[in-house]
Design a protein around this ligand. Structure first.
Ligand code: GLN
Length: 241
């Protein structure tokens, strides 16, 4: 059984990010892989050591503030699970909270978990629009398409990006980087939601979660033509071949 944990679905739920859980779950089910999804929110108990894939979606500054203290109480267990190979996808607001802090536009400094070496500060203008990036999956370059809408500008320290910007802003509209990655943690500003039209990333996350669940079999192949067409439609709009 691949065990999925959807954190704060009632609060970090911007721009249809729950579609990432739907895409992950469906591409498991279409392969006949058993998968369970557990939703946890403020004060709910969870043992991250018993989870394989954890998802954190996007949220407004207000929602991020609401969950920061609750998330901070889970820091030790989450850090240990990440070091042990927990697969994580964190989008936008959820992404920002894994870093050192997020200095919001109103001057509020929302503390992050500090699990990855980056910080975020609200910039002079919101970064909004379609985005295309190129990342590396198992040694192969893969183009991803999505939509960004954030006031936070993220600056990486000793931390790998998810990919490089081909079109759009990415982390801060300046350094050409998008997202962040560490071990099996993948962070991105790409809403859309991200996974439904980027099936190769979805399958990469599933294969990692499958291994963590103890299933050492190779990932059963599954067609992704329709997903690729959806991705290509955005790339074409951006003039990306
Ligand atoms: N509130 C954060 C920002 O504006 C994150 C927004 C989001 O999750 N889309 O940068």
């Amino acid at each position: 059984m691949i065990r999925v944990c959807h954190m704060y679905p009632d609060l970090l739920n911007l721009y249809g990010d729950r579609g990432n859980i739907i895409a992950f779950k469906r591409r498991c089910q279409w392969r006949g892989l058993p998968v369970s999804v557990q939703e946890i929110s403020l004060k709910d108990q969870i043992n991250f050591r018993e989870q394989d894939f954890l998802f954190l979606g996007g949220g407004s500054d207000r929602e991020q503030n609401l969950i920061a203290a609750d998330l901070m109480q889970r820091k030790k267990e989450l850090s240990e699970a990440i070091e042990d190979g927990l697969v994580v996808l964190a989008i936008c607001g959820g992404y920002q909270l894994l870093g050192q802090y997020y200095l919001a536009r109103d001057g509020e400094k929302i503390p992050g978990l500090g699990l990855m070496d980056f910080y975020t500060r609200a910039g002079s203008r919101r970064l909004v629009g379609n985005v295309a990036i190129e990342m590396n999956i198992d040694g192969a370059p893969v183009k991803l398409a999505g939509f960004e809408n954030h006031s936070g500008y993220t600056y990486l320290g000793n931390c790998q990006p998810l990919g490089r910007v081909l079109s759009g802003n990415g982390n801060n509209g300046r350094d050409g980087l998008e997202g962040a990655s560490y071990k099996n943690v993948y962070c991105s500003y790409l809403h859309g939601p991200l996974l439904p039209k980027n099936a190769r990333l979805t399958d990469h996350l599933i294969s990692l979660a499958m291994k963590r669940s103890g299933n050492k079999e190779p990932l059963p192949p599954l067609d992704y033509d329709i997903e690729e067409q959806a991705c290509a439609a955005v790339l074409d709009k951006l003039g990306i071949q």
